[in-house]
Design a protein around this ligand. Structure first.
Ligand code: PMP
Length: 422
């Protein structure tokens, strides 16, 4: 990456578009799980969930090109593409979630989900976890806790401690589900007392941005009871775990075993084309319409739907959910076998992995983890970090990732761990 380009970026884009790595990668081409930079150097992509079925998948590229050559317009005309796609998508949901609103980003989808909870309950109080990210609109940014909002957190928002496996709530993995639920109950009581009432709880079912703790199915059951008893909605953000990423199921809520009222999906949905959706029940859709009304110029346009449909088709045709199960289990075994004095835990679900590092007294090994990420980048393996302390390596490759790809990444990781200063 030339430093001229960094300066130009800074000059033209300002500081609001951060880059990965001390020496950012200048990518010009992608195919499958591979990326190439300006000098022709090849990188193994172990991070990107957006090119879900592989970078530049020819069937998705063809679907986009064909539809773009035929028609693309806003969504107020009749078009089969959006109907065919929603029909195909909603078949994959249970619990009466059989209608969808198409939008362009996960942030928009979550913004709608928040308003659906308000529309159904007539209340505004909302709860999320205290180390999360649900997007960048004003409303969802208030739940996204990287920086406190100007003027502090609004009083209709309450944040409860996120689950963790290395430092579990209540001191043990067994105690954690009930403590998590108790904290939600306390937050609901505060919202009621403050006069906001409780509209819903927004969560990512794998708590991906929170650090991707290793939870057992059933973890959420006590919390679900508390939320339901209080009349709130469960808003499930599937932007990261959705579309089979976790291998064992198409959706995180299916795997964790709870029934959401609203589900949002995005990122991997159309392999890089900006498409997202809100899936819910007809009663909730109706209440939202009555309370707010909605129109989205680009959401669900013919090209977006063609891209999303082709992506769904490729996931099924190429058995990518099964692949996530198989390669995920293989890679997790290898990651768990790694011996390193700072390694606290390797966890994984399908093709999503977290490898957490702490020093002897349990202090997060944040700088060490950062050095590992940089060293891997110089070896041509792209991954990054997550979690409250950014001391967990995050691997979340495109879904066609093979056992050979996993071996290549993990062999490099073993070498880097040996070489990296503690
Ligand atoms: N929810 C989650 C869990 C996310 O990780 C993200 C993006 N990282 C979003 C929502 C926002 O999606 P988008 O960037 O498409 O607005």
């Amino acid at each position: 990456m030339s430093y001229n380009m960094l300066a130009r970026r800074q000059q033209l884009m300002g500081p609001n578009v951060p880059t990965f790595y001390e020496d950012p990668v200048h990518i010009v081409r992608g195919q499958g799980v591979w990326l190439w930079d300006t000098e022709g150097r090849r990188y193994l992509d172990c991070y990107n969930n957006v090119p879900h079925v592989g970078h530049c998948h020819p069937k998705v590229v063809k679907a986009i090109a064909q539809q773009a050559a035929m028609l693309n317009t806003h969504t107020r005309y009749l078009h089969d593409g959006i109907l065919d796609y929603i029909e195909r998508l909603t078949v994959k949901f249970q619990h009466g979630l059989n209608q969808a609103i198409m939008v362009c980003t996960g942030s928009e989808a979550n913004d709608i989900a928040l308003r659906m909870a308000q529309a159904m309950t007539g209340k505004t109080g909302i709860i999320a976890t205290d180390n999360t990210y649900h997007g960048n609109t004003t409303a969802v940014a208030q739940l996204s806790t990287r920086r406190p909002p100007i003027g502090g957190y609004p009083s209709h928002v309450r944040l409860v401690p996120a689950p963790d496996t290395v430092r579990p709530l209540g001191g043990s993995v067994q105690a954690q589900p009930q403590v998590f639920a108790d904290n939600i109950a306390a937050a609901i009581a505060e919202l009621e007392q403050a006069g906001h009432g409780f509209s819903g709880f927004m969560l990512c079912p794998t708590f991906a941005n929170e650090g991707f703790p290793a939870l057992l199915p059933g973890f959420l059951n006590p919390a679900v009871k508390v939320i339901r008893d209080a009349g709130g909605l469960i808003l499930c953000d599937e932007v990261q775990p959705g579309f089979g990423r976790i291998g064992a199921a198409w959706w995180g809520h299916e795997w964790l075993g709870f029934s959401p009222d609203v589900v949002t999906v995005g990122k991997p949905m159309a392999n890089g084309h900006p498409v997202a959706a809100v899936i819910s029940r007809p009663d909730i859709m109706g209440a939202f319409r009555d309370a707010f009304g909605y129109f989205n110029t680009f959401g669900g346009n013919p090209v977006s739907c063609a891209a999303a449909m082709a992506t769904l088709q490729v996931i099924e045709d190429e058995g990518l959910v099964e692949n996530a199960c198989d390669v995920g289990a293989y890679a997790l075994d290898r990651l768990q076998a790694i011996q390193h004095p700072l390694k606290a835990e390797a966890r994984g679900l399908g093709l999503f992995f977290g490898i957490e590092f702490v020093v002897d007294d349990g202090t997060p090994a944040t700088d060490f983890t950062a050095r590992v990420v940089e060293a891997m980048r110089h070896r041509g393996i792209l991954l990054n970090r997550i979690g409250r302390h950014m001391n967990t390596l995050k691997m979340r490759p495109p879904m066609p990732f093979s056992r050979d790809n996993a071996d290549m990444a993990i062999n490099a990781l073993e070498d880097v761990l040996k070489e990296t200063r503690i």
